[in-house]
Design a binder for this molecule. Structure first.
Ligand code: MRU
Length: 329
């Protein structure tokens, strides 16, 4: 049973450095990006060296620890890290925990390590609990990368898939490219190949056709923020998949740790990240659209709970009682 998943981030105790897998270089090169100070961490989050809600939260916590170690202004570090990306709540949750530790005169580094360990445990539990929704022979569609690369280990949506695989279930994965950053084509396929789980890539526009042909049994995605009414913010394209899954009567699950829940905000309070339009207008550095044409580049969308069968957390599965697609209740 293979349990050594990729480590998107590691704390190097000896050198007091945060070591990140440089996700911009995958799948062609496995290179590391070393953070010596909080500014390095802030850059890594902004430029998506590290990405995925739990992974950016943990990285930001180590960024605060680096500020503490370097004797820097903690409030300044907090504000810099807080302004890196707006949508995933794990970032603010982790930074607030570190700020509380600092104000209580506790070690920020110890708090960061605790956040890191807790996420590993949460992802492991999500995998163990969630694998029960997978049946032997299922073909599962996933979106973006909610894997080990997006967390401390295992992943959330991919944690569920990994544990089904570890428990001997035969499972096929279909992942969409996830334009424009291609987390599906580049990262999820890389992770699944590493694990030996069969995976096929589709363009983002192929999902409906596969569903209409009966080629998808379940959809499982991650989340960047979940509100108290279980509205889910996740990578752009999630909402379209949820609508398609509902139409085709295919169970649609979200997997996320409780650190992704935000019971304080309402929909209007949440900023949907808008990234540089060049991410859409260019592919691998080459412009694909005519000069003078602009683009929308929203990073995330909003899926209401009515389109969701269940939310898998480390504490159990929150089923939507009004949804009759699931087969586990
Ligand atoms: O822009 P990204 O790559 O950081 O977006 C990541 C996602 O949307 C993931 O699906 C989400 O963070 C869940 S990760 C376990």
């Amino acid at each position: 049973m293979k349990r050594d998943t990729l480590k998107s981030l590691t704390w190097d105790e000896e050198n007091s450095q945060l070591v990140l897998i440089d996700q911009r270089k995958l799948p062609h090169k496995l290179e590391y990006f070393i953070c010596d100070n909080y500014e390095d961490v802030a850059f890594a989050i902004e430029d998506m060296v590290v990405r995925g809600a739990p992974a950016i939260g943990i990285s930001a916590a180590y960024g605060m620890a680096l500020a503490e170690i370097g004797g820097e202004d903690i409030e300044k570090a907090y504000n810099r890290l807080k302004n890196t990306r707006p949508t995933a709540v794990n970032l603010f949750w982790a930074l607030d925990r570190c700020m509380r530790a600092y104000r209580d005169r506790r070690s920020i580094l110890s708090e960061a390590k605790l956040i890191h360990r807790e996420d590993m445990e949460a992802c492991r539990r999500i995998g163990e609990i969630g694998e029960s929704i997978i049946e032997d022979g299922d073909t599962v569609l996933t979106h973006c990368n909610a894997g080990a690369l997006a967390t401390s280990a295992y992943g959330t949506a991919l944690g569920v898939i990994r544990f089904a695989h570890y428990r001997g279930k035969s499972i096929n994965v279909v992942v969409d490219e996830t334009r424009p950053r291609l987390q599906g084509a580049k990262l999820t396929s890389f992770e699944l190949k590493y694990e030996g789980i069969p995976v096929k890539i589709i363009t983002d526009s192929t999902a409906g056709f596969l569903m209409s042909r009966g080629m998808i049994d379940k959809v499982i995605v991650g989340a960047d923020r979940i509100l108290k009414d279980y509205t889910v913010f996740n990578k752009i394209g999630t909402y379209s998949l949820a609508v398609l899954a509902k139409y085709h009567n295919i169970p649609f699950y979200v997997a996320a740790p409780t650190s992704t829940f935000d019971f304080k905000s309402s929909i209007e309070d949440v900023t949907i990240e808008e990234r540089d339009e060049r991410e859409v207008l260019y592919i691998e550095g080459k412009r694909i659209a005519p000069e003078g044409v602009g683009a929308y580049n929203y990073g995330f969308d909003i899926t209401p709970f009515e389109l969701i069968t269940g939310i898998i957390t480390e504490r159990g599965i929150i089923y939507n009682e009004n949804d009759n697609r699931g087969n586990s209740f």
